[in-house]
Design a protein around this ligand. Structure first.
Ligand code: FAD
Length: 444
């Protein structure tokens, strides 16, 4: 019997299973046999549907009104965010991204994260599953010392503080992390940090208390051993959080800041993992972070498609509803196809993380990080088109969604960096069949 493409029969021999995924390589032929979701995952999914419907979507108007009334560059947290956090926690919707906290696999978390992507500015934070804190929490959970966990991980998991991750620098091409120039010089029991970062998401949030900073501790070491990560409290003398950069002209509440480090002193105990281990730690952090972005993006795509459908049914032109036009129907159908394709890739990557770990899943994560934002952007673009002039103003959420998902093709590594990784894997992979020479030479 052919195994179900989605659910396990419980018998690994019948299911296929992880052996079909050769480490680190996308296999062209495999039978994904995903384990059935646990009863707890299904309960949390239903609870998340109810939470988004009953609390999050109705709260958007209050969030938007607060932000609209605030001065440009004001990063005050709209009160509705903390209200939603309390409500989510009461419903058991909290820290679902971290398997050790939630008991969920990544595959089980994916549909719940997707639901949060329907309201990307409110829902992820309401359930304490927002970037960049999730990546930072994962890093501290994996590599933090007991003291780092007590001081930073615990309040982050409790949603009491926020954090930022500081790697990118204006002066160098930061998609290649080996270029990072910020210096971290050992001086007795301290490191002295000097450098300039930008696009540091979350640093403008008044609740942001800590930065995880990437820099070079030993520029003479082997290329991938030069970097380290340090935990730096934002109130350390010499840390200067400067202006926040708008994304397509729009300021996010938590900001994306320029941050200057001038002779910033932190104790040697601020190292995450080990000195020289920054590059490896960045890979550990970015893998799950990327796939979580992708999961949420699918929710944004679903929202755009739902808006497209509603608009097509309720707006009339040239004698009937837009939904009667074959061009419109085709766009709706294309959008459904693209979202399903994107979701299948995302879930396969999530399953591979569960079954074999981040390293084995890295190519699938890279593929999803390229494919999903592209698919979601094309759906949002069609939705904008169908909304006419309203689509390009802030009258709907579409322009914000477009800006964020366009930026997603750059942050956490631009598409090209992931495509390069994928191409390398393809070019070094043993072919499945030893194809006869005639296939190549028959035309001379
Ligand atoms: C909204 C937003 C939020 C962000 N949040 C954070 C954050 O919290 N912390 C943080 O540290 N950074 C953050 N970033 C920065 C982001 O991760 C970087 O912008 C990204 O890694 C690219 O680095 P760069 O800007 O230096 O571009 P560069 O490295 O200069 O690359 C520029 C372009 O070159 C091309 N390119 C790069 N590599 C290749 C290749 N191998 N082949 C072909 N072309 C290539 C790509 O088109 C790429 O976009 C954020 C960025 C944005 C837009």
């Amino acid at each position: 019997m052919c195994p179900s493409p989605y659910y396990s029969t419980g018998d690994p021999a019948a299911d296929g299973g992880p052996d079909h995924y050769r480490e680190g390589v996308l296999t062209p032929v495999s039978y994904p046999a995903y384990p059935a979701p646990s009863a707890r995952a299904l309960e949390l999914y239903d609870a998340m549907v109810a939470f988004v419907r009953e609390e999050v979507l109705p709260a958007e108007a209050s969030y938007d009104a607060f932000r609209a009334a605030a001065a440009p560059g004001d990063h005050t947290v709209p009160p509705v965010i903390e209200e939603l956090k309390a409500k989510a926690r009461e419903r058991g919707l909290w820290n679902l991204f971290l398997p050790s906290e939630s008991g969920l696999s990544q595959l089980e978390y994916a549909p719940i994260a997707e639901l949060s992507g329907w309201s990307n500015e409110l829902a992820p934070e309401a359930i304490n599953c927002q970037a960049p804190d999730t990546g930072n929490m994962e890093l501290l959970h994996l590599l933090g010392t007991e003291e780092q966990k007590r001081q930073w991980l615990e309040p982050l998991l409790a949603g009491e503080i926020r954090s930022a991750f500081a790697m990118t620098e204006p002066a160098v091409a930061s998609s290649d992390a080996t270029n990072i120039e910020t210096r971290m010089v050992r001086d007795g029991d301290e490191y002295v940090i000097t450098g300039r970062k930008w696009w540091i998401s979350g640093a403008a949030d008044p609740r942001c208390r800590v930065l995880i900073v990437m820099g070079k501790t030993d520029p003479t070491a082997a290329t991938h051993r030069q970097q380290s990560m340090l935990v730096v409290p934002v109130d350390t003398p010499g840390v200067d959080i400067q202006r926040s950069l708008p994304v397509f002209g729009r300021q996010d509440q938590h900001g994306h800041c320029v941050v200057e480090f001038t002779d910033v002193r932190v104790p040697v105990t601020a190292v995450i993992g080990e000195e020289g281990g920054g590059f490896a730690a960045a890979q550990a952090r970015l893998g799950p972070g990327r796939i979580h972005h992708v999961m949420r993006a699918l929710g944004a795509g679903e929202r755009a498609l739902a808006m497209m459908v509603k608009r097509a049914q309720t707006r009339s032109a040239f004698g009937g509803p837009l939904a009667d036009q074959s061009a419109v129907r085709e766009r709706i159908a294309e959008s459904r196809i693209e979202l399903e394709q994107a979701r299948a890739l995302c879930h396969r990557a999530a399953y591979t993380v569960d079954a074999e770990g981040n390293k084995a899943a890295r190519h699938l994560i890279a593929a999803a990080k390229v494919a999903v934002p592209r698919a979601v952007l094309s759906v949002i673009d069609r939705a904008i088109q169908l909304h006419g002039g309203a689509g390009v103003t802030d009258a709907t959420v579409l322009s914000t969604l477009y800006g964020w998902h366009r930026a997603m093709r750059i942050f956490d590594g631009p598409d090209e960096a992931h495509l390069t990784t994928l191409a390398r894997a393809e070019l070094t992979r043993e072919p499945l069949f030893d194809l006869p020479e005639t296939v190549f030479s028959q035309f001379g």
